[in-house]
Design a protein around this ligand. Structure first.
Ligand code: C5P
Length: 410
């Protein structure tokens, strides 16, 4: 199942830089799909890429001469490399090898592709492809984190069988997914790298009733949890979405349970177990009234002008899930919405709740966090962290699902 990319790139000028990996042959299909979506495509290849695919193949599909060298007089005379870098309104590197990512991170400009990437002011998207050990290497991960921080869009990689016969993260995303991702759309299912994985996600606020008409709530919209559910489902996961009161449609194929209070959410979470992954994206109330008054509280219910509400702690669902070793969860992910000292609180929660991963965001910033469509975040895990630049929650969700997959296989 995929999202049609037909005409979504009408008139866009895409510079496709092809790196030297076996996945270079898949870039041919990327060109075909980009053109079908209405884009003009100029292809530049590294020396390595030309060992895998002949420039002529790209030329036939793009309809334009392929650039292979900084030192090609004829090509430079037709369109200089700086001109080419300016021509592009989107740069896509596919496949992006570990070497190319490292060069990009450190600003190398030693050949045509690296020079174009440094000279362009257009947004850059990279679709990495490499051996899974190379992908997991701290050097590659640090490079990717820095590129993300600079706003580079990272598409994939997928998890699965690699060219050398081993399995793991490192497969180039499917061409359809790459094209849809740079069209600004949702990434379609990428070959089901989460097939067979059951994920329970909590989302939205909880409402803690005071009396039949009043409650204690919070401003969570549920968008982040729902976007995570959508992203995971597109990649083949089975998702149970346990949601507090929100105004959002149910993602296709999600099993949705609607709840109101923290206590109800806890009950549904344990009823939905077992699972492989638990993601606590809900903004669960920390306190609830000791008891619900069965009738509407009147203004004169207590002495004087003040009313005292006695609140008690709610169960910490996430912490309880994380400490239950009998459930067989492979990964427990929490969220930390903070208004200040975000990193500090998040790291403390990671340790105190014994989580595998925590995603922290700053909810004081306008347009980000609870109610907005955009979000920026930093994820922490024991021994590592990764920043995610501000962007639509759907994009962040895709990036977080990638990270969750990486941590699952770490
Ligand atoms: O401690 P704090 O409430 O800030 O932690 C936030 C994380 O804990 C979120 O992932 C939230 O879903 C989870 N949580 C929970 N049950 C609670 C409170 C928070 O699952 N009662």
């Amino acid at each position: 199942m995929g999202v049609s990319a037909e005409d979504t790139l009408n008139g866009r000028r895409i510079l496709l830089c092809v790196g030297g990996g076996i996945a270079a042959y898949k870039a041919l299909e990327v060109v075909r799909r980009l053109r079908r979506a209405g884009a003009q495509v100029q292809v530049a290849m590294t020396a390595g890429a030309q060992h895998f695919v002949a420039p002529l193949s790209f030329q036939a599909l793009s309809g334009l001469p392929v650039r292979t060298s900084l030192w090609d007089d004829a090509a430079e005379a037709a369109m200089g490399h700086i001109e080419l870098a300016r021509w592009a309104d989107q740069v896509l590197i596919a496949p992006a090898t570990a070497d190319l990512l490292a060069k990009l991170t450190h600003g190398f400009a030693e050949d045509l592709v690296t020079t174009l990437c440094l000279a362009t002011t257009a947004p850059i998207a990279v679709a990495p492809a490499m051996n899974h050990c190379m992908w997991r290497h701290p050097a590659t991960q640090a490079n990717i984190a820095l590129l993300r921080q600079r706003g580079v869009q990272v598409i994939g990689p997928d998890v699965g069988l690699l060219a050398e016969g081993e399995s793991g993260p490192g497969r180039l995303s499917e061409p359809e997914a790459i094209v849809t991702a740079i069209s600004g759309g949702m990434v379609p299912m990428t070959g089901g790298d989460l097939t067979g994985i059951r994920i329970i996600i909590t989302a939205g606020p909880t409402y803690e009733d005071i009396d039949p008409v009043r409650y204690l709530g919070n401003r969570s919209s549920g968008k982040m949890g729902f976007a995570l559910a959508e992203s995971a489902i597109r990649r083949g996961a089975e998702v149970v979405l346990i949601s507090g009161p929100v105004h959002l449609p149910t993602p296709e194929k999600a099993v949705r349970m609607d709840v109101r209070s923290a206590a109800q959410m806890r009950k549904e979470v344990f009823a939905a177990m077992p699972a492989d992954i638990f993601i606590g994206a809900a903004a669960v109330a920390d306190y609830t009234p000791r008891s619900i008054v069965p009738h509407k509280i009147k203004k004169n219910a207590s002495e004087g002008d003040n009313l005292k509400l006695e609140l008690i702690r709610t169960p910490d669902i996430l912490a309880e899930v994380a400490q239950r070793e009998d459930i067989g969860l492979k990964l427990v992910v929490g969220f930390a919405a903070e208004t200040n000292d975000v990193a500090d609180y998040a790291k403390r929660k990671l340790a105190s709740k014994r989580l595998d991963l925590i995603v922290a965001n700053h909810v004081g910033i306008t347009g980000q966090g609870f109610e907005g469509d955009d979000n920026a975040a930093t994820a922490y895990w024991p021994g590592g962290e990764r920043d995610f630049a501000a962007g639509p929650k759907a994009r962040l969700a895709d990036d977080l699902i990638n990270l969750i997959l990486e941590r699952l296989h770490a």
